[in-house]
Design a protein around this ligand. Structure first.
Ligand code: MTE
Length: 320
């Protein structure tokens, strides 16, 4: 993400080469050939966020004829400002002692069943995970196609039972300035926050991802749980969620608070509405040697059939 004026915290997006993989404990266990049965023997503290793996591909979200972005690009070219501003920083810095399991997520606000869950228990309570291939389009005009694992957000909403007054959901990422140096600075209004209307959040596409390519999420991708709303710019997909709150009024969101003229609340992918400083008509395809060509951007990122009706009568230029 770029900010309107060059400020002290804004660094150049200098290093674009995908980085190698960082084996985390959970993948390390798999590398050793310890399957689910074997990990079940381990004490809870040593078990990975492996609940539900492997899930199976939901045939409605196969994306026929589309090439998936290679794993090394999905996990090596990231935006996760808590762990640095260059694309290769999160894969390094988010893996230097930051523990994302076990992990507690709190569901609260205007709902009948507020609760705290360890993420593995939440996955179990919701009946496991599925795989979906989604287009992923960043507001910076690059794109990927990512095979996510996780569960529909609507399932969690059904569990929480929002009250009638709840009209929006606020998503709040982790806040741990002891381990995350960037969060000690006041340059950004940490923690990272995002939001959806309840109608958006209950759309079949809204997804809480817990994995990529059939394995638990790596820290740089928002382990152990992050939002994915594929018809919106990627910044809506708050990573490493600590809280999900049902609220009555449109919640504040980090990028909207930082630069309201550039990052709207809706943030629907729209080639007809340019970013004030660059065109949104086309996108750079990330993959292989990082830059795998260019293609025209699709309205709602190609998901108009699924989500277009949510915005009937709304001026998408004003409500960008
Ligand atoms: N969530 C948090 N907490 N912090 C961030 O900096 N960046 C957002 C989003 N979620 C971000 C975040 C942006 S701008 C994008 S494009 C996507 O994460 C990138 O997700 P990816 O790195 O898995 O591709």
């Amino acid at each position: 993400m770029y900010l309107p004026k060059r400020r002290s915290w804004e660094l150049p997006d200098s290093a674009l080469t995908p980085e190698g993989h960082y084996l985390q404990r959970r993948e390390f266990l798999r590398t050793l050939g310890l399957g689910l049965a074997a990990t079940a023997l381990l004490p809870a503290s040593l078990r990975g966020a492996s609940s539900g793996f492997p899930g199976s591909l939901n045939p409605s979200f196969k994306l026929d004829g589309v090439k998936l972005t290679p794993l090394e690009s999905v996990t090596g070219y990231n935006n996760f400002y808590e762990w640095g501003l260059s694309k290769d920083a999160p894969s390094k810095l988010a893996n230097q002692g930051w523990k994302t399991e076990p992990w507690t997520i709190e569901i609260g606000g205007l709902c009948e069943k507020p609760a705290k869950f360890e993420v593995n228990d939440l996955i179990k309570a919701l009946g496991g995970i599925e795989q979906r291939n989604y287009r992923h389009r960043c507001v910076e005009a690059w794109s990927m196609v990512v095979p996510w694992d996780g569960f529909p957000l609507a399932k969690l909403i059904a569990l929480a039972q929002p009250k009638a007054e709840a009209k929006f959901i606020q998503f709040t990422s982790f806040f741990d300035p002891k381990i995350c140096e960037a969060q000690r600075s006041k340059n950004y209004p940490w923690p990272y926050t995002e939001g959806l209307t309840i109608a958006e959040a209950t759309n079949e596409l809204a997804f809480l991802a817990t994995g990529i390519y059939g394995k638990p999420l790596r820290n740089q991708n928002g382990a152990p749980i992050r939002l994915v709303a594929p018809w919106k710019y990627g910044f809506k997909g708050a990573k490493s969620l600590a809280k999900i709150d049902f609220v009555a009024a449109q919640p504040k969101t980090l990028w909207n608070e930082m630069a309201p003229d550039e990052y709207g609340f809706y943030a629907n992918v729209n080639p007809e509405v340019d970013h004030p400083r660059w065109s949104q008509a086309n996108e750079r395809i990330i993959g292989g040697g990082f830059f795998a060509g260019k293609k025209p951007t699709l309205k709602f990122n190609g998901y108009e059939k699924e989500v277009g009706s949510l915005y009937a009568g709304l001026d998408l230029r004003k409500n960008f």
